[in-house]
Design a protein around this ligand. Sequence first.
Ligand SMILES: [Zn+2]
Length: 303
Amino acid sequence: MVKIAGLLIAVLVALAPGPASADDLDPELRETFILANTEFTIFHEIGHAAIDQFDLPVLGLEEDAADLIAAMSMIYGHQVEADIRQSELLLMAAEIWIAEWRGEGKYSDNRHAYWDVHSLAIQRFYNIVCLVYGSNPDALPDLLDTEALPAERGFVCDKIYQQARQTMQWVLETYGRDEESRNPGFGIVVEFEEPATQVQRRMKRLLQRSTMVSRLATEISARLDWPEDILLRFARCPGNPDAYYNARVAEVTICYELLEHFEKAITEQGVEMTERVCANPATRRLFGERAGCPEGSETGAAR
Ligand SMILES: [Zn+2]
């Protein structure tokens, strides 16, 4: 009996997906998660800046439009249409919304802000996943009808993606930079405020080491015919893990505290996120090796 119990425990341990604790998470994966979410945030806030600077028509809530601009910019930037494995950063940016959704429930008496200008965190998760799937449904047949993308939503993602693509193309054709651009020389100017704490200094070093911010600033500057410079400022915002665009001064602020918040999310929920990657047939197939999913523990539990 003891032997059987021991064998059973050994089998269960072998089948347990992903790392066992936050300390087992690959440090590179943690950094990638912070950078992925920072990238999404930059594009979201730059989306607000573009809506303001070019007076873009917005049908629906501006926050949904900014999310759509962010997701589509990352799909284009990482060439997800050509290679679905490049969707890794986007799916990491989607994951934060599951963490936020749970956090909101936990810290506000289960009362989510249904009245908010932002869609519910959990809807923001599905909106991103839907665009990723819609960008290349043939490459992700096994994502459809899973917990990450119920079939009822999945069936319309192709159309939603094509609409988003058409909108983005219109913006780029109408306000894109070319030989006839009226405002050469204007674009995104990056500034790092002096961090206040050890953790913030680490976040600043991570951003500068990755070169992601300067690369995005160059790309965004070259893509649109900005009528004035937009300051992209990484700043200290004590007690406020946020990011926002200030139209009055044409400034995007991203708080170091928000980056700390991303790190906290991957520390607290990284194991659970990895388990989701391992349990979903599509994400397991694409990222299972990188996420450290054990071999031969195909469960299909997410279906
Ligand atoms: Zn926003």
